[in-house]
Design a protein around this ligand. Structure first.
Ligand SMILES: Nc1ncnc2c1ncn2[C@@H]1O[C@H](COP(=O)(O)OP(=O)(O)OP(=O)(O)O)[C@@H](O)[C@H]1O
Length: 255
């Protein structure tokens, strides 16, 4: 069951007082922020500033020591990734998750079937015409029709990355967390990924949280950006506000 489209401006995601330590290392030291319905929200910060730990806490991959995570007002702290997926939370990974021996179209269909059954039952499930239509719509949006019937493993890394991102959107999630969507991608493709994500955001209306080191990409794509430094929130604001923030410039952007 997916989360219904929000009717109000109440936050889609609210993170309050999140803390996670690894032994003596306070990876996330009391982080709070909100993501609004339909918002593309960037999370940036130097290496080791706690972005992944924050991300994995929201995604149920690690359990925070303290704090609360709410999706449309519902406490989702500590829920499993699978339970979150059923509530309409999707994600992409830094590393490709495509099945190399399956066609692009079948990869998309299998991704949507993630809501049902085991991996085996998903792989051998009968073709679903509704899902095929959805897959075709994304194939067109991502401009990968010319490779739709090719095995994903035969595509270039950049094309596989597009398939990988498209897979996260097959179930029309209310919230998608994108983990470094530009990592390893040829710079000539980066602008295209930004345009695609903006298009998807307009069409599907979900909220996105994006971790990314490519600053031009983040500034172009995101409505608001959170800057993390040493496990703390240094600033939250629009790209213009972040660019003009002296503390951020000194601690991060200017370095
Ligand atoms: N499983 C772990 N065990 C011990 N320490 C960890 C673990 N995961 C992260 N850390 C530490 O926690 C801190 C935050 O790491 P995290 O990976 O969340 O930062 P990050 O901002 O995502 O970094 P990067 O941009 O390099 O991916 C770092 O000091 C890191 O070494």
């Amino acid at each position: 069951m997916s989360v219904a489209k929000p009717q109000t401006d109440a936050p889609l995601l609210r993170v309050s007082g999140l803390k996670k330590a690894y032994g003596a290392i306070q990876a996330v030291g009391g982080v709070s922020f909100e993501v609004r319905p339909g918002e593309i929200f960037g999370v940036i910060g130097p290496n080791g500033s706690g972005k992944t730990t924050l991300f994995n806490s929201v995604l149920g991959q690690i359990t925070p020591d303290e704090g609360r995570i709410e999706l449309q007002g519902r406490d989702i702290t500590g829920l499993s990734p699978r339970a979150l997926n059923h509530l309409g939370v999707g994600r992409t990974f830094q590393t490709l998750q495509v099945f190399g021996k399956m066609t692009v179209r079948d990869n998309l269909i299998v991704a949507a079937q993630e809501h049902h059954g085991t991996l085996l039952s998903r792989l051998f499930a009968p073709a679903d015409s509704g899902l095929s239509d959805k897959a075709d719509a994304l194939i067109d949006l991502f401009r990968i029709r010319h490779v739709a019937d090719k095995k994903a493993g035969e595509l270039s890394y950049g094309q596989q990355k597009l398939v990988d991102i498209a897979m996260a959107f097959m179930s029309e999630p209310a919230l998608v967390l994108l983990d470094e969507p530009c990592a390893g991608v040829n710079p000539s493709l980066v602008g295209g990924i930004s345009t695609l994500l903006k298009d998807l955001n307009r069409r599907q209306g979900g909220s996105f949280v994006v971790i990314e080191h490519n600053m031009d990409f983040v500034m172009d794509l995101c409505h608001r950006i959170l800057v993390m430094v040493e496990g703390q929130v240094m600033a939250v604001g629009t790209p213009d506000e972040i660019r003009a923030n002296k503390q951020v410039l000194d601690a991060y952007l200017g370095s």
